[in-house]
Design a protein. Sequence first.
Length: 278
Amino acid sequence: MRHTLPIAPQFYVTAPQPCPYLDGRMERKLFTALQGEHAQRLNDTLSKQGFRRSQNVLYRPSCSECSACLSARIRVADFQPSRTQRRIMRRAAHLRRNATSPWATEDQFTLFRRYLDARHADGGMADMDIFEFAAMIEETPIKSRVIEYSRPAGPGERGHVLSAVCLTDVFDDGLSMVYSFYDPDLVDLSLGTHIILDHIAIAREAGLPYVYLGYWVPGSRKMGYKAGFSALEIYKGGEWQDLGDPAAHRAELHPLSMDPIAEQVARINLPEARPHRD
């Protein structure tokens, strides 16, 4: 008899720590290990339910004070750039894209340090050294790519100069932007927005329906820019839905909006393992 069994990972919860998106609140995460022969299918399945990857771990916010972190993705077929986004694409048209395997380089780390020092000097990654950076890029049990963007050399420079980098996972239904960083001096190029726009173009070329952006948080200035992309969906109430009016999601900031962890785990859909024969 042939039958299938669900992949049954163990789920855990982190200790509370200060939330990086909403001042004065505490954050905790529901997480599970991402490893073994079923890693890709587990990642694909849980990512459709609001989980994100960090090296060999899948996690989803599970805070006791609110449920404001909502996983966001763009429907590639329906996306239409705004006038401002079209200007950004034109200004950054001279950048050269290069997709590589997930392998860390000294040039990447130098750019990463400049980005952190300028934009997130007091963030959780501020003390990362080159070994931790290499682990972030290289420790992936699934299909991942590093997308590099470089500009033509200026006076006193040679070749093309690395300007932006994005660690990107490839799902069965889209691209997931795990982490991106860029030259903080190239403010006029709006590189953060350009990277997203280019990933939409990559997904369209590959026939993939979605670009996953991580979490959108109502009321957070750090995450507000994501609401500026058309065809944006959020994972809320166990399903993907159009963002609509961002102000309509303020209720997620209420402490009664989060279900008990046991109920959250019970509702997680797991992929099935390969068929077995008795």
